[in-house]
Write a protein that binds this ligand. Structure first.
Ligand SMILES: *Cc1c(COP(=O)(O)O)cnc(C)c1O
Length: 455
Protein backbone atom coordinates (compact mmCIF):
# COMPACT_ATOMS: atom_id res chain seq x y z
CA UNK A 1 0.00 0.00 0.00
CA UNK A 2 1.11 3.53 -0.72
CA UNK A 3 2.77 4.95 2.41
CA UNK A 4 0.65 8.10 2.41
CA UNK A 5 -2.54 6.03 2.44
CA UNK A 6 -1.44 3.78 5.28
CA UNK A 7 -0.36 6.80 7.34
CA UNK A 8 -3.60 8.61 6.73
CA UNK A 9 -5.62 5.52 7.70
CA UNK A 10 -3.94 5.29 11.08
CA UNK A 11 -4.26 9.04 11.58
CA UNK A 12 -7.91 8.72 10.62
CA UNK A 13 -8.51 6.06 13.23
CA UNK A 14 -6.95 8.28 15.94
CA UNK A 15 -8.82 11.43 14.95
CA UNK A 16 -12.15 9.61 14.63
CA UNK A 17 -11.96 7.72 17.91
CA UNK A 18 -10.82 10.83 19.79
CA UNK A 19 -13.70 12.80 18.26
CA UNK A 20 -16.30 10.21 19.20
CA UNK A 21 -14.92 9.79 22.73
CA UNK A 22 -15.10 13.53 23.37
CA UNK A 23 -18.40 14.06 21.56
CA UNK A 24 -20.72 14.18 24.56
CA UNK A 25 -18.41 16.51 26.49
CA UNK A 26 -18.43 19.27 23.90
CA UNK A 27 -21.19 21.90 23.50
CA UNK A 28 -24.02 20.41 21.47
CA UNK A 29 -24.10 23.40 19.11
CA UNK A 30 -21.70 26.10 17.94
CA UNK A 31 -23.85 29.17 17.54
CA UNK A 32 -21.13 31.57 16.38
CA UNK A 33 -18.72 29.45 14.41
CA UNK A 34 -16.22 31.23 12.19
CA UNK A 35 -13.14 30.51 10.12
CA UNK A 36 -10.10 32.77 9.67
CA UNK A 37 -9.50 33.94 6.12
CA UNK A 38 -6.88 31.91 4.30
CA UNK A 39 -6.02 32.42 0.65
CA UNK A 40 -5.09 29.67 -1.76
CA UNK A 41 -1.57 31.06 -2.16
CA UNK A 42 -0.83 30.18 1.50
CA UNK A 43 -1.73 26.53 0.93
CA UNK A 44 -0.09 23.28 -0.24
CA UNK A 45 1.05 22.89 3.36
CA UNK A 46 1.09 19.07 3.39
CA UNK A 47 -1.01 16.57 5.30
CA UNK A 48 0.39 17.19 8.76
CA UNK A 49 -0.27 20.91 8.60
CA UNK A 50 -3.69 20.38 7.06
CA UNK A 51 -4.51 18.10 10.01
CA UNK A 52 -3.34 20.79 12.44
CA UNK A 53 -5.63 23.36 10.82
CA UNK A 54 -8.49 20.87 10.89
CA UNK A 55 -7.91 20.18 14.58
CA UNK A 56 -7.56 23.86 15.47
CA UNK A 57 -10.14 25.53 13.31
CA UNK A 58 -12.76 23.00 12.32
CA UNK A 59 -13.23 20.13 14.77
CA UNK A 60 -13.71 22.30 17.90
CA UNK A 61 -16.41 24.27 16.12
CA UNK A 62 -18.52 21.34 14.91
CA UNK A 63 -21.93 20.62 16.41
CA UNK A 64 -22.37 17.40 18.35
CA UNK A 65 -25.19 16.44 16.00
CA UNK A 66 -23.98 12.85 15.99
CA UNK A 67 -24.40 12.74 19.76
CA UNK A 68 -27.31 11.89 22.03
CA UNK A 69 -28.58 15.37 22.94
CA UNK A 70 -28.92 17.08 19.56
CA UNK A 71 -32.73 17.21 19.46
CA UNK A 72 -33.21 19.94 16.87
CA UNK A 73 -35.14 19.36 13.61
CA UNK A 74 -35.27 15.56 13.22
CA UNK A 75 -31.66 14.49 13.45
CA UNK A 76 -30.26 11.00 13.52
CA UNK A 77 -26.73 10.02 14.48
CA UNK A 78 -24.52 7.38 12.96
CA UNK A 79 -24.98 3.90 14.42
CA UNK A 80 -21.72 1.92 14.73
CA UNK A 81 -22.51 -0.49 11.89
CA UNK A 82 -23.47 2.31 9.52
CA UNK A 83 -20.43 4.36 10.48
CA UNK A 84 -18.12 1.44 9.72
CA UNK A 85 -19.81 0.79 6.37
CA UNK A 86 -19.84 4.47 5.46
CA UNK A 87 -16.08 4.73 6.00
CA UNK A 88 -15.72 1.80 3.64
CA UNK A 89 -17.96 3.44 1.04
CA UNK A 90 -15.28 6.07 0.53
CA UNK A 91 -12.61 3.41 0.52
CA UNK A 92 -14.39 1.33 -2.14
CA UNK A 93 -15.35 4.43 -4.15
CA UNK A 94 -17.89 2.63 -6.34
CA UNK A 95 -20.05 4.53 -8.79
CA UNK A 96 -23.48 2.90 -8.42
CA UNK A 97 -24.97 4.30 -11.59
CA UNK A 98 -25.37 1.17 -13.68
CA UNK A 99 -24.79 -2.53 -13.30
CA UNK A 100 -22.40 -4.69 -15.22
CA UNK A 101 -19.08 -4.06 -13.50
CA UNK A 102 -19.65 -4.46 -9.75
CA UNK A 103 -21.88 -6.16 -7.18
CA UNK A 104 -22.64 -2.72 -5.71
CA UNK A 105 -25.86 -2.40 -7.76
CA UNK A 106 -26.98 -5.81 -6.44
CA UNK A 107 -26.32 -4.60 -2.90
CA UNK A 108 -28.60 -1.63 -3.52
CA UNK A 109 -31.33 -3.91 -4.90
CA UNK A 110 -30.99 -6.22 -1.92
CA UNK A 111 -31.14 -3.24 0.44
CA UNK A 112 -34.34 -2.04 -1.22
CA UNK A 113 -35.89 -5.45 -0.91
CA UNK A 114 -34.97 -5.67 2.81
CA UNK A 115 -36.39 -2.17 3.32
CA UNK A 116 -39.69 -3.22 1.77
CA UNK A 117 -39.85 -6.09 4.26
CA UNK A 118 -38.84 -3.83 7.12
CA UNK A 119 -41.64 -1.39 6.25
CA UNK A 120 -44.19 -4.06 5.24
CA UNK A 121 -44.49 -2.68 1.71
CA UNK A 122 -45.75 -4.99 -1.04
CA UNK A 123 -43.44 -6.09 -3.83
CA UNK A 124 -45.34 -3.89 -6.27
CA UNK A 125 -43.19 -1.05 -4.93
CA UNK A 126 -39.86 -0.36 -6.49
CA UNK A 127 -37.40 2.39 -5.87
CA UNK A 128 -33.93 3.59 -5.12
CA UNK A 129 -31.71 5.09 -2.46
CA UNK A 130 -31.58 8.88 -2.64
CA UNK A 131 -29.65 11.68 -0.97
CA UNK A 132 -32.57 12.35 1.38
CA UNK A 133 -36.28 13.07 1.66
CA UNK A 134 -35.97 16.27 -0.36
CA UNK A 135 -34.70 14.47 -3.44
CA UNK A 136 -37.28 11.71 -2.88
CA UNK A 137 -39.98 14.39 -2.87
CA UNK A 138 -38.56 15.76 -6.13
CA UNK A 139 -38.83 12.29 -7.68
CA UNK A 140 -42.41 12.06 -6.41
CA UNK A 141 -43.24 15.41 -8.03
CA UNK A 142 -41.63 14.31 -11.28
CA UNK A 143 -43.52 11.01 -11.29
CA UNK A 144 -46.84 12.71 -10.48
CA UNK A 145 -46.16 15.23 -13.25
CA UNK A 146 -45.70 12.42 -15.74
CA UNK A 147 -48.84 10.70 -14.44
CA UNK A 148 -50.86 13.88 -15.00
CA UNK A 149 -49.44 14.25 -18.50
CA UNK A 150 -50.23 10.66 -19.39
CA UNK A 151 -53.95 11.28 -18.89
CA UNK A 152 -53.76 14.33 -21.16
CA UNK A 153 -51.56 12.90 -23.93
CA UNK A 154 -48.67 15.13 -22.89
CA UNK A 155 -45.23 13.66 -22.27
CA UNK A 156 -44.12 16.29 -19.76
CA UNK A 157 -40.51 15.10 -19.69
CA UNK A 158 -40.28 15.82 -23.42
CA UNK A 159 -42.73 18.66 -23.96
CA UNK A 160 -42.68 20.54 -20.68
CA UNK A 161 -45.75 21.29 -18.62
CA UNK A 162 -47.06 24.44 -20.26
CA UNK A 163 -50.27 22.78 -21.42
CA UNK A 164 -50.79 20.60 -18.35
CA UNK A 165 -54.05 20.93 -16.40
CA UNK A 166 -53.36 19.79 -12.84
CA UNK A 167 -54.32 20.69 -9.29
CA UNK A 168 -52.30 19.75 -6.18
CA UNK A 169 -53.99 19.30 -2.79
CA UNK A 170 -52.32 19.23 0.59
CA UNK A 171 -52.68 20.46 4.17
CA UNK A 172 -49.28 20.40 5.87
CA UNK A 173 -46.70 19.64 3.18
CA UNK A 174 -43.10 19.64 4.42
CA UNK A 175 -41.10 22.66 3.24
CA UNK A 176 -38.99 20.33 1.09
CA UNK A 177 -42.16 19.22 -0.73
CA UNK A 178 -42.96 22.82 -1.59
CA UNK A 179 -39.39 23.19 -2.84
CA UNK A 180 -39.80 20.01 -4.89
CA UNK A 181 -42.97 21.34 -6.53
CA UNK A 182 -41.04 24.41 -7.61
CA UNK A 183 -38.16 22.36 -8.99
CA UNK A 184 -40.51 20.02 -10.85
CA UNK A 185 -42.08 22.98 -12.63
CA UNK A 186 -45.44 23.09 -10.84
CA UNK A 187 -44.36 26.16 -8.90
CA UNK A 188 -44.11 26.57 -5.15
CA UNK A 189 -47.49 28.33 -5.11
CA UNK A 190 -49.30 25.51 -6.85
CA UNK A 191 -50.75 23.92 -3.71
CA UNK A 192 -54.46 24.18 -3.01
CA UNK A 193 -54.48 24.11 0.80
CA UNK A 194 -57.18 21.93 2.31
CA UNK A 195 -58.22 22.97 5.81
CA UNK A 196 -57.09 21.03 8.84
CA UNK A 197 -59.15 18.69 10.90
CA UNK A 198 -59.86 20.71 14.03
CA UNK A 199 -56.88 21.12 16.40
CA UNK A 200 -54.62 18.92 14.26
CA UNK A 201 -52.30 19.12 11.29
CA UNK A 202 -54.37 16.52 9.46
CA UNK A 203 -56.15 16.77 6.12
CA UNK A 204 -59.87 17.35 6.67
CA UNK A 205 -61.37 14.52 4.63
CA UNK A 206 -64.69 16.17 3.90
CA UNK A 207 -62.92 19.29 2.62
CA UNK A 208 -60.56 17.21 0.50
CA UNK A 209 -63.48 15.38 -1.05
CA UNK A 210 -65.25 18.65 -1.79
CA UNK A 211 -62.14 20.12 -3.37
CA UNK A 212 -61.59 17.05 -5.53
CA UNK A 213 -65.19 17.11 -6.70
CA UNK A 214 -65.06 20.84 -7.44
CA UNK A 215 -61.71 20.86 -9.21
CA UNK A 216 -61.97 21.69 -12.87
CA UNK A 217 -58.44 20.44 -13.60
CA UNK A 218 -58.00 17.32 -15.67
CA UNK A 219 -55.47 15.72 -13.29
CA UNK A 220 -55.13 15.73 -9.52
CA UNK A 221 -52.34 15.10 -7.03
CA UNK A 222 -52.72 14.68 -3.26
CA UNK A 223 -49.78 15.11 -0.88
CA UNK A 224 -50.29 13.46 2.51
CA UNK A 225 -48.12 13.09 5.62
CA UNK A 226 -46.94 10.27 7.83
CA UNK A 227 -45.87 12.12 10.03
CA UNK A 228 -45.76 15.94 10.10
CA UNK A 229 -42.65 17.50 11.64
CA UNK A 230 -44.36 19.54 14.36
CA UNK A 231 -47.00 17.29 15.89
CA UNK A 232 -46.01 13.99 14.18
CA UNK A 233 -49.54 13.57 12.87
CA UNK A 234 -50.44 10.74 10.51
CA UNK A 235 -53.07 11.38 7.87
CA UNK A 236 -55.89 8.87 7.48
CA UNK A 237 -54.24 7.22 4.49
CA UNK A 238 -56.87 4.53 3.95
CA UNK A 239 -59.62 7.11 3.46
CA UNK A 240 -57.40 9.46 1.45
CA UNK A 241 -56.34 6.61 -0.85
CA UNK A 242 -59.99 5.75 -1.38
CA UNK A 243 -60.75 9.35 -2.40
CA UNK A 244 -57.71 9.42 -4.68
CA UNK A 245 -58.81 6.21 -6.29
CA UNK A 246 -62.28 7.58 -6.89
CA UNK A 247 -60.95 10.80 -8.45
CA UNK A 248 -58.02 9.26 -10.27
CA UNK A 249 -55.59 11.36 -8.22
CA UNK A 250 -51.93 10.53 -7.56
CA UNK A 251 -51.28 9.94 -3.86
CA UNK A 252 -47.86 10.79 -2.49
CA UNK A 253 -47.04 10.17 1.17
CA UNK A 254 -44.10 11.88 2.86
CA UNK A 255 -43.09 9.42 5.58
CA UNK A 256 -39.54 10.68 6.08
CA UNK A 257 -39.29 9.52 9.69
CA UNK A 258 -42.87 8.38 10.35
CA UNK A 259 -42.23 5.16 8.42
CA UNK A 260 -40.29 3.86 11.44
CA UNK A 261 -43.57 3.75 13.38
CA UNK A 262 -44.50 1.05 10.84
CA UNK A 263 -41.23 -0.79 11.42
CA UNK A 264 -42.19 -0.85 15.10
CA UNK A 265 -45.98 -1.32 15.06
CA UNK A 266 -46.59 -3.05 11.74
CA UNK A 267 -48.98 -2.34 8.85
CA UNK A 268 -52.05 -1.81 11.05
CA UNK A 269 -50.53 1.05 13.03
CA UNK A 270 -50.51 4.79 12.32
CA UNK A 271 -49.21 4.34 8.76
CA UNK A 272 -52.06 2.03 7.79
CA UNK A 273 -52.90 2.62 4.13
CA UNK A 274 -49.45 3.85 3.06
CA UNK A 275 -49.22 0.70 0.95
CA UNK A 276 -52.01 2.19 -1.21
CA UNK A 277 -49.93 5.26 -2.13
CA UNK A 278 -48.48 5.83 -5.58
CA UNK A 279 -45.23 7.11 -4.13
CA UNK A 280 -43.57 7.21 -0.70
CA UNK A 281 -40.69 9.28 0.65
CA UNK A 282 -38.51 7.99 3.48
CA UNK A 283 -35.31 9.16 5.15
CA UNK A 284 -32.47 7.06 6.48
CA UNK A 285 -30.20 9.73 7.95
CA UNK A 286 -32.95 10.45 10.46
CA UNK A 287 -34.32 7.48 12.37
CA UNK A 288 -32.27 4.71 10.78
CA UNK A 289 -29.21 6.56 12.07
CA UNK A 290 -26.99 6.20 9.03
CA UNK A 291 -24.66 9.14 8.35
CA UNK A 292 -25.70 11.98 6.04
CA UNK A 293 -26.91 11.78 3.48
CA UNK A 294 -29.35 9.01 2.67
CA UNK A 295 -33.06 8.69 1.92
CA UNK A 296 -35.29 6.44 -0.12
CA UNK A 297 -38.01 6.70 -2.74
CA UNK A 298 -40.61 4.01 -3.39
CA UNK A 299 -43.24 3.98 -6.10
CA UNK A 300 -45.57 1.57 -7.85
CA UNK A 301 -44.90 3.39 -11.15
CA UNK A 302 -41.15 3.41 -11.65
CA UNK A 303 -41.71 3.61 -15.42
CA UNK A 304 -43.04 7.16 -14.96
CA UNK A 305 -39.88 8.18 -13.14
CA UNK A 306 -37.76 6.60 -15.87
CA UNK A 307 -39.58 8.65 -18.50
CA UNK A 308 -38.05 11.73 -16.89
CA UNK A 309 -34.69 10.36 -15.78
CA UNK A 310 -33.65 8.06 -18.63
CA UNK A 311 -31.70 9.75 -21.37
CA UNK A 312 -30.00 7.83 -24.16
CA UNK A 313 -26.25 8.13 -24.62
CA UNK A 314 -23.88 5.88 -26.59
CA UNK A 315 -21.81 5.06 -23.50
CA UNK A 316 -24.90 4.07 -21.52
CA UNK A 317 -26.02 0.77 -22.94
CA UNK A 318 -28.03 -1.43 -20.62
CA UNK A 319 -28.08 -5.14 -21.40
CA UNK A 320 -30.46 -6.10 -18.63
CA UNK A 321 -34.23 -5.69 -18.48
CA UNK A 322 -33.90 -3.95 -15.12
CA UNK A 323 -33.56 -0.17 -15.24
CA UNK A 324 -30.18 1.20 -14.27
CA UNK A 325 -30.23 3.43 -11.21
CA UNK A 326 -29.11 6.42 -13.24
CA UNK A 327 -32.27 5.99 -15.34
CA UNK A 328 -34.57 6.26 -12.33
CA UNK A 329 -32.80 8.87 -10.23
CA UNK A 330 -31.61 12.45 -10.34
CA UNK A 331 -27.86 11.82 -10.41
CA UNK A 332 -25.97 9.87 -13.04
CA UNK A 333 -22.95 9.18 -10.86
CA UNK A 334 -24.05 7.86 -7.50
CA UNK A 335 -22.38 7.15 -4.16
CA UNK A 336 -22.61 3.65 -2.69
CA UNK A 337 -25.18 5.00 -0.20
CA UNK A 338 -26.93 1.67 0.08
CA UNK A 339 -24.03 0.05 1.94
CA UNK A 340 -24.47 1.69 5.37
CA UNK A 341 -28.20 0.89 5.19
CA UNK A 342 -27.48 -2.68 4.08
CA UNK A 343 -24.98 -3.08 6.90
CA UNK A 344 -27.32 -1.59 9.52
CA UNK A 345 -30.16 -3.93 8.60
CA UNK A 346 -27.71 -6.83 8.33
CA UNK A 347 -26.25 -6.17 11.78
CA UNK A 348 -29.26 -5.13 13.83
CA UNK A 349 -32.35 -6.26 11.91
CA UNK A 350 -35.84 -5.07 12.79
CA UNK A 351 -35.27 -5.91 16.45
CA UNK A 352 -32.19 -3.73 16.84
CA UNK A 353 -33.64 -0.79 14.93
CA UNK A 354 -36.88 -0.98 16.93
CA UNK A 355 -34.87 -0.85 20.13
CA UNK A 356 -33.65 2.67 19.54
CA UNK A 357 -36.92 3.78 17.92
CA UNK A 358 -38.98 2.68 20.92
CA UNK A 359 -36.43 4.06 23.38
CA UNK A 360 -36.68 7.47 21.67
CA UNK A 361 -40.48 7.32 21.92
CA UNK A 362 -40.28 6.36 25.60
CA UNK A 363 -37.87 9.21 26.37
CA UNK A 364 -40.12 11.68 24.52
CA UNK A 365 -43.09 10.62 26.63
CA UNK A 366 -41.06 11.03 29.83
CA UNK A 367 -39.91 14.48 28.75
CA UNK A 368 -43.51 15.44 27.97
CA UNK A 369 -44.65 14.25 31.39
CA UNK A 370 -41.96 16.36 33.04
CA UNK A 371 -42.99 19.42 31.01
CA UNK A 372 -46.64 18.85 31.88
CA UNK A 373 -45.83 18.95 35.59
CA UNK A 374 -43.41 21.87 35.29
CA UNK A 375 -44.63 25.06 36.98
CA UNK A 376 -43.24 27.33 34.23
CA UNK A 377 -43.88 25.28 31.09
CA UNK A 378 -46.89 24.22 29.04
CA UNK A 379 -46.90 21.11 26.89
CA UNK A 380 -48.24 22.16 23.47
CA UNK A 381 -49.70 18.77 22.50
CA UNK A 382 -49.63 15.19 23.69
CA UNK A 383 -46.75 13.49 21.82
CA UNK A 384 -47.60 10.32 19.91
CA UNK A 385 -44.10 9.63 18.61
CA UNK A 386 -40.67 11.24 19.06
CA UNK A 387 -41.43 14.96 19.07
CA UNK A 388 -42.67 17.12 21.90
CA UNK A 389 -43.37 20.84 21.92
CA UNK A 390 -43.65 23.36 24.75
CA UNK A 391 -43.70 27.04 25.66
CA UNK A 392 -43.40 29.32 28.68
CA UNK A 393 -46.76 29.37 30.45
CA UNK A 394 -46.90 32.87 31.91
CA UNK A 395 -44.80 34.65 29.28
CA UNK A 396 -45.27 32.73 26.01
CA UNK A 397 -43.56 35.56 24.14
CA UNK A 398 -40.31 34.88 25.97
CA UNK A 399 -40.24 31.32 24.63
CA UNK A 400 -37.86 32.28 21.80
CA UNK A 401 -35.49 33.78 24.36
CA UNK A 402 -35.69 30.56 26.37
CA UNK A 403 -34.83 28.51 23.28
CA UNK A 404 -31.80 30.70 22.56
CA UNK A 405 -30.64 30.35 26.15
CA UNK A 406 -31.03 26.56 26.15
CA UNK A 407 -28.97 26.36 22.97
CA UNK A 408 -26.37 28.79 24.34
CA UNK A 409 -25.86 26.63 27.42
CA UNK A 410 -25.09 23.86 24.96
CA UNK A 411 -26.13 20.73 26.85
CA UNK A 412 -29.06 20.03 24.57
CA UNK A 413 -29.93 21.48 21.16
CA UNK A 414 -33.58 22.26 20.38
CA UNK A 415 -35.26 23.99 17.45
CA UNK A 416 -38.31 26.22 17.01
CA UNK A 417 -41.79 25.35 15.78
CA UNK A 418 -45.24 26.83 15.32
CA UNK A 419 -48.34 25.33 16.83
CA UNK A 420 -51.72 27.04 16.58
CA UNK A 421 -50.11 30.42 16.06
CA UNK A 422 -47.89 29.96 19.10
CA UNK A 423 -44.08 29.90 18.95
CA UNK A 424 -42.98 26.62 20.52
CA UNK A 425 -39.75 24.85 21.36
CA UNK A 426 -39.49 21.43 19.73
CA UNK A 427 -37.55 18.44 20.98
CA UNK A 428 -37.23 15.63 18.45
CA UNK A 429 -35.48 12.50 19.69
CA UNK A 430 -34.08 10.27 16.98
CA UNK A 431 -30.54 9.37 18.01
CA UNK A 432 -29.70 5.69 18.55
CA UNK A 433 -27.79 6.37 21.76
CA UNK A 434 -30.11 8.73 23.63
CA UNK A 435 -30.49 7.45 27.19
CA UNK A 436 -32.47 8.32 30.31
CA UNK A 437 -29.34 10.05 31.63
CA UNK A 438 -29.53 12.45 28.67
CA UNK A 439 -33.07 13.34 29.70
CA UNK A 440 -31.84 14.34 33.16
CA UNK A 441 -29.12 16.53 31.67
CA UNK A 442 -31.66 18.16 29.33
CA UNK A 443 -34.16 18.80 32.14
CA UNK A 444 -31.65 20.50 34.39
CA UNK A 445 -30.37 22.53 31.47
CA UNK A 446 -33.89 23.73 30.63
CA UNK A 447 -34.39 24.65 34.32
CA UNK A 448 -31.12 26.55 34.30
CA UNK A 449 -32.15 28.44 31.16
CA UNK A 450 -35.50 29.39 32.72
CA UNK A 451 -33.62 30.78 35.74
CA UNK A 452 -31.10 32.64 33.56
CA UNK A 453 -33.69 34.49 31.50
CA UNK A 454 -35.68 35.46 34.60
CA UNK A 455 -32.68 37.30 36.06
C1 LIG B 1 -36.76 15.91 7.17
C2 LIG B 1 -37.96 15.83 6.34
C3 LIG B 1 -37.93 16.11 4.98
C4 LIG B 1 -36.69 16.62 4.28
O1 LIG B 1 -35.70 15.68 4.41
P1 LIG B 1 -34.17 15.90 4.08
O2 LIG B 1 -33.62 14.62 4.54
O3 LIG B 1 -33.73 17.08 4.89
O4 LIG B 1 -34.03 16.12 2.63
C5 LIG B 1 -39.09 15.94 4.26
N1 LIG B 1 -40.23 15.55 4.86
C6 LIG B 1 -40.30 15.29 6.18
C7 LIG B 1 -41.61 14.86 6.78
C8 LIG B 1 -39.18 15.41 6.97
O5 LIG B 1 -39.25 15.16 8.28
Amino acid sequence: MHREISESLSQFSQVASYYLTELNKKPVAQLNAELPQTSLSQLAVGNDNALKTLEQQVIPQLSASAGSRYWGFVTGGANPAALFADWLVSTFDQNVSKGGDSVATEVEHQTLSWLKELFYLPDTFDGLITTGATSSNILAAIAARQFAGQAQQINVAQQGMGALSVEIFSTCPHASMVKALGLAGFGQNSVTYIDKKQNTELINLASLEQALVRSSCKSKIVLASAATVTTTSFDDLVSIAELCNKHNAWLHVDAAFGIFERCLNGPEGLTKGIELADSITVDFHKWLNVPYDAGGFFTRHLDLVAQSCEVAAPYLINNSDRKDFLAIGIENSRRFRALPIWYTIHSYGRKGINQWVSKNIECTKLLAKWIEQHPDLTLAFEPNLNVCGFYLTSQPRKTKQLLDEINRIGKVFLSPGQWQGQFIIRAALSNWQTEFADLDIAKSSIDQAIKNIAE
